[in-house]
Write a protein that binds this ligand. Structure first.
Ligand code: SAM
Length: 270
């Protein structure tokens, strides 16, 4: 019997169809919440976008209806087209009146397009739709690197977006750049040569940071017995290191910002 599913409505239900998006985190099986497991078991139809083999096996065991969304990716096919097809496939099952559960690795709402879009569309069509959070790469990074965003703040950007929109950032706070190994990639990035666009990123960052400022390439581990990748390199050497679709870049603060005296007075510190 399922006892731990909160079935409170999230939007007016039109027909029986319902969508629940869950995250599986990073640590194989360890990050999967009880509630996510319950939905995976109870669903009429399960989809997943997860590469880790232990997790995918577990999901298939939980629910034989499980279907991978990976075949929607293809070399040369724009990722936005793949996302649209994934959402169509998910919504097709919801419209048939099924309880549909979709599992994404990490947090399903962090740097994931089809999860948000599927929830948005399902709600627009009058179906119940919700998303359950899970540990993201940033959560693991805080733990593995001992970074507390309370200390000096933390800024998080998608690397291509960071460059394209000349995002404003503060070198006194931690800077986290996601998808740093696939800057500019518009299709499924198998075999992607990151170096040309990493060079562009390095050039932009060196307008603010010294070339020898130490940056960290971080890759969370899926297994308790394996260490995460934590590689520290001078900013100028970023093009020379291996970066992939699972790399996240951490740029530690380069300067300290002193407290504002007037504000300290107003807040009653002095
Ligand atoms: C499409 S996003 C998915 C993020 C995921 N939903 C999450 O919550 O962490 C892919 C990006 O997440 C980060 N990422 C994925 N796997 C990672 C890992 N093992 N360690 C660190 N970052 C990772 C990288 O920045 C990668 O380019």
């Amino acid at each position: 019997m399922i006892t731990d599913i909160d079935d409170s409505p999230h939007g007016e239900s039109r027909a029986g169809g319902e969508l629940v998006i869950v995250g599986t985190g990073y640590r194989a099986l360890g990050d999967l919440s009880q509630q996510a497991r319950s939905y995976l078991r109870a669903a009429d139809k399960v989809f997943y976008l997860i590469g880790e083999p232990l997790l995918t096996q577990h999901i298939i065991k939980c629910n034989p209806s499980a279907e991978s969304l990976f075949p929607f990716y293809a070399k040369g096919k724009p990722r936005v087209a793949s996302y649209r097809e994934m959402v169509d496939r998910i919504l097709c099952e919801v419209r048939q009146g099924s309880l549909v559960c979709v599992a994404f690795y990490g947090h399903p709402g962090v740097f994931v397009n089809p999860s948000h879009e599927a929830v948005r569309q399902a709600r627009e069509e009058g179906f119940r739709a919700r998303m359950l959070p899970a540990p993201s790469a940033e959560d693991w990074l805080f733990a593995d690197l001992g970074i507390d965003p309370a200390r000096a703040g933390c800024q998080s950007f998608e690397a291509t977006d960071f460059l394209l929109h000349a995002r404003i950032f503060d070198p006194a706070s931690v800077l986290i750049l996601w998808q740093v190994g696939v800057i500019g990639a518009q299709d499924w990035p198998a075999g992607y040569d990151h170096r040309p666009n990493t060079r562009v990123l390095t050039e932009v960052l060196t307008r603010t940071y010294d070339a020898d400022h130490e940056v960290i390439i971080y890759e969370a581990s899926s297994y308790e017995v394996c260490e995460p990748r934590i590689e520290r390199v001078p900013l100028a050497k970023l093009t020379a290191v291996e970066l992939s679709a699972i790399s996240t870049l951490v740029v530690p603060p380069a300067v300290r910002r002193p407290a504002d005296r007037q504000m300290a007075q107003r807040l009653g510190f002095v």
